[in-house]
Design a protein around this ligand. Sequence first.
Ligand SMILES: [Zn+2]
Length: 422
Amino acid sequence: MQAQKTSSESLARYRLKKLLDMLKSKGGRGTQLISLYIPPGRRISDVIAMLRQEYGTAANIKSDTTRKNVQDAIVRVMQRLKLFKETPENGLVIFCGAIPRSGPGTERLETYVVIPPEPINVYLYRCDSRFYVEPLEELLKEKEAYGIIVMDAESATYAILRGRRLEIVKHITSGVPGKHHKGGQSARRFQRLREMKLLNYFARVGKHANEIFLKVPDLKGIIIAGPGPTKYDFAERDYLDYRLKQKVVAILDTAYTEEFGVREVVEKAPEIIAKVRYVEEKKLMQKFLYHIGHDTGLAVYGESEVRRCLKMGAVDTLLISEGLDLIRVVIRCSSCGYEEARLLKAREVPKLESSLPYRPCPKCGQTTLRVESKEELVEDLARLAEEMGTRVEIISTATEEGQMLKETFGGVAGILRFAPSF
Ligand SMILES: [Zn+2]
C-alpha cells in the first residue's frame, strides 16, 4: 500500500513538472492567455456563468486581435467545461490562449486541461500574457512532514516542518547544571549528580518527542540538531520510540539552540529532504542490481526486454531514469500495413519526419511511410505499467546508482514478480 503510494507519486510529480515546464515556455501577445482554476465542489454551471460575464467584459478590450483571441479562448474553455458533468474530486485547471508559432498573425489557440494529482483549493480566473502555473507548482513542493529536535545540555526545542511551513511546537529546559562545579561538594559527586540529571533530561526530551511526533501524519523523518556533542549522546541511546528512532535522517551541528537553531536546520532541510529520496532511489536500484549480480532472473533492462515483460504483467517495479529523453516513434506504411517503432532524441524527430516521404517501405517498396504516433518513452512505458498494475519509480541521476541506470542499463529497468519464460 505504502509502496503503491510512492510509486504514483514520483510519476505524478514527474508528469506535472514536465507539463508546467512546457506551459511556462508559452507566451502570448499582450494579455490574452487564460488560466482557470476550479476547486473541488465548485459547480460547473457556476463557472460557466462566470465565464459568460468575462466574455462580456472582454468586449471592452480595445485591440481587435486581443479581443478576438480572448473571446475565442473563453468560448473554447466553456466548450471544454461542458464535457465535465461535475468538477473532478481534485478540481480542474484549464489553460487556453492564442500562442504565436513564429511571427505576428501566426497565433493558434492551444488548450490544456489538467486534473491535478492533489486537490487544488483555488478558484481563479486570470487573463495574462503568460499562463499562471504557480498554484500547480505549489503541489510539486514536498508535503511530507519532518520532525526537528534542536537540543544541547540546557534546553530542547521541537518543531515540525511541512513543505515550507514551520511550526515550533515546544521548548523545554533541562535544569542540568553547567559542566564545572564551583566547589562545596566533591568533583566526583558533582559529576555523578550532573550525569543523573542529564539522563533524566534525555528521558524527558524523548518523552515529549514521542508525544509530539508519533501523532504527526506522513512523518517522513526526524532531524536532531544542536551545538556540541549532547545531541549525539541523546540520539545513540534509546529515549526515542523505536518508530521515531528509525526515522532519524540526519544529526546536524548548529551554532545556536532554540528558535535560531531550528531556523538553521530549516535552511539545511532541502538538502536533507533530497537525500531521503536519494536513499529510497538507491535502495530500489540496489535491489535491481542484486538480482542482476545474483543472476536470479528477476531483473530486466533495456527498452525492448522491459516492454516485453511489462506486457506479460511480469514487472513488479519499473525503474525509469529521469534522464531518459527519448521519443518512441511508430512508423506505419499506409499501403501494406508494415510497422516499426524507433527510439529517437526529440531533436531527431523532425529529420525523420521529413525523410519519410522519400523512403521506400522495406516491405512493399512504396513511398507511403507515415508517422503513426510519437510519444515520450517515459509516458509510453508508464501507461503500459499502470495498465498492468506495475509500480513506477522515476529515478533521478543524482546518485551513482541512478547514473548507472541511465548509462549502463539504457535508462529503463524492471524488477520482476516472476521469471518469464520466453
Ligand atoms: Zn509498405
